[in-house]
Design a protein around this ligand. Structure first.
Ligand code: GLU
Length: 509
């Protein structure tokens, strides 16, 4: 059996959208599952769309995700170079081969001439398309004599090479995800495949490289489906159909609302990242990344895997190895995959929960240091143990735990309005007596103390607990109160209660 070889072939036209990373991931999983090769190829023949820094960004993103490639820029391999701009010399030969076999032709129409014709068509309420219906009336090597054509080339007249799409033919192809797809060639135009600047366009370069790099499966986004018939026709015209790769077009990633393709704008509007890493455009505009938002790469990979693929079971959390073992293109759906930012957070939370407290403490210590808070490692570990279930990201730890590092300086007025009644101060003074006696000062003893007091006095549990929480935390917020009290210790708890009652009563006049 031929060895599986797949490639991820991004164009460095900007930061890699999460959809691009998903394409890379599915290629990677497929390659690893079939013990094949995964190749990164940079498709940078369109100089007008080239963006400085984009290639580096793509490579760093894949690195962060742990999607390692076997061949590619910086890694090498037997089929290099892997950047199309470094392969310039290769493509011309194939453009000439297509011209010589009658499958392509030189077109000398200038952009101005084409624009004029386009306008004339528009006036007639039709759209111009360079195809079989017009090619015989335009300035190209099909209408000019061989001599005229050669002269124009000799005099350096700018030209393009266009692929001659056969007339009214059905192209049938089996897509692994979509099944049989049929295209009629009358819907296609004669695409430019090469230009007189010596560079191929995407279509030619892509086909030539997939062939020369012995790619067995092309796994890419659905937006490339309309190009598929042209690609198949190119394989045929170059006599490569027998070794043509199989195709799998991945479903679109949809907006959280489910309608339309997910874009950077959706992320900006709703406050979630759409790029793996933060991106600073050459103009200085900054877009947030999953990494900077606090996502773990393992969680990000897990999120992406479920955008289009499903294992056919209830399991949602997959390690990389499990993904590799379970992945199959047959389990990728055709329907668009909705991105759910809340579910994405949930995934991160599952990974966060599994991290050892000591590891989280290392990162959290850094955050605390920035806030000029010093605390013992052991204490930080305990804080984390208490609050980590309540956070999706490490950068939420502070908001969940600030009261475990500093006593409240003011008390939330809404909580007070709701829970501080006329008899509250009296109740608190009574309970303090019992709290002082609690020994050891731990969560379960404290719970017993308060329960005993409420049972004896007939005062509702909430009437004690809510004000106590306000005094210790500053508002009606936080994890289990008795756990908080145990962590803070008797002295600190009593001090907070004392200070709090005085401050609140002073405020009430
Ligand atoms: N360069 C194309 C892109 O930017 C590659 C499409 C393909 O995989 O064939 O997505």
């Amino acid at each position: 059996m031929t060895k599986v070889r797949v490639r991820f072939a991004p164009s460095p036209t900007g930061p890699l959208h999460m959809g691009g990373v998903r394409t890379a991931l599915f290629n990677y999983l497929f390659a690893r599952k079939h013990v094949g090769d995964f190749i990164l190829r940079i498709e940078d023949t369109d100089k007008t769309r080239y963006v400085e820094g984009a290639e580096e960004y793509i490579i760093n993103s894949l690195k962060w995700c742990g999607i390692d490639f076997d061949e590619g820029p910086g890694v090498g391999g037997d089929f290099g170079p892997y950047r199309q701009s470094d392969r310039k010399e290769i493509y011309k030969e194939y453009a000439l081969q297509l011209i010589n076999s009658g499958n392509a032709y030189y077109a000398f129409d200038s952009p101005e001439e084409l624009e004029k014709i386009r306008k004339e068509f528009e006036e007639q309420k039709t759209t111009f398309s360079y195809d079989a219906s017009v090619r015989n009336n335009l300035k190209n090597s099909l209408t000019l004599s061989k001599d005229e054509t050669e002269k124009l080339i000799e005099y350096n007249t700018p030209y393009t090479v266009r692929f001659k799409i056969p007339e009214n033919e059905n192209v049938t192809i089996n897509d692994i995800i979509r099944g049989e797809v049929v295209f009629n060639t009358s819907t296609l135009d004669d695409k430019v495949i090469f230009k007189s600047d010596g560079l191929p366009t995407y279509h030619l370069a892509n086909i030539v490289d997939d062939h020369l790099m012995k790619i067995t499966h092309v796994i890419r986004g659905e937006e490339w489906l309309p190009s598929l018939p042209l690609h198949v026709l190119l394989y045929r015209a170059l006599n490569w159909e027998s070794t043509m790769p199989e195709f799998a077009h991945l479903p679109l990633i949809l907006k959280p609302g489910g309608k339309g393709k997910l874009s950077k704008r959706d992320g900006d509007k709703e406050g979630f990242p759409v790029f793996p890493l933060e991106w600073k455009s050459p103009e200085g505009e900054i877009s947030g990344g999953f990494r900077e938002s606090g996502y773990y790469p393992e969680a990000f990979i897990n999120i992406l895997a479920f955008l289009g693929w499903n294992p056919g079971t209830e399991q949602e959390i997959f390690t990389r190895e499990e993904l590799i073992n379970n992945f199959s293109l047959e389990n990728v759906g055709r329907a668009g995959a909705r991105f759910d930012p809340e579910k994405a957070k949930w995934y991160n939370q599952q990974y966060l929960k599994k991290k050892p407290d000591a590891e989280l403490a290392d990162t959290f210590s850094g955050i605390l240091k920035q806030k000029n808070i010093s605390a013992e490692k052991e204490y930080i570990n305990k804080v984390i143990g208490l609050i980590k279930e309540r956070a999706c990201f490490i950068n939420e730890f502070w908001d969940q735990s600030y009261f475990l590092f500093q006593a409240p300086v003011d008390y939330d007025s809404n909580s007070l309005k709701k829970f501080w009644k006329d008899d509250t101060a009296k109740i608190i003074r009574e309970i303090i007596v019992f709290l002082k006696e609690a020994s050891p000062f731990n969560s379960s003893i404290l719970e017993n103390v308060v329960k005993k007091y409420t049972e004896k006095s007939g005062i509702g549990f909430g009437k004690v607990m809510n004000p106590l929480r306000i005094l210790i935390v500053g508002s009606n917020f936080g994890p289990h109160l008795f756990d908080i009290m145990e962590l803070l210790g008797k002295e600190e708890v009593l001090k907070r209660i004392d200070n709090g009652v005085s401050a609140i009563m002073k405020d009430r006049g």
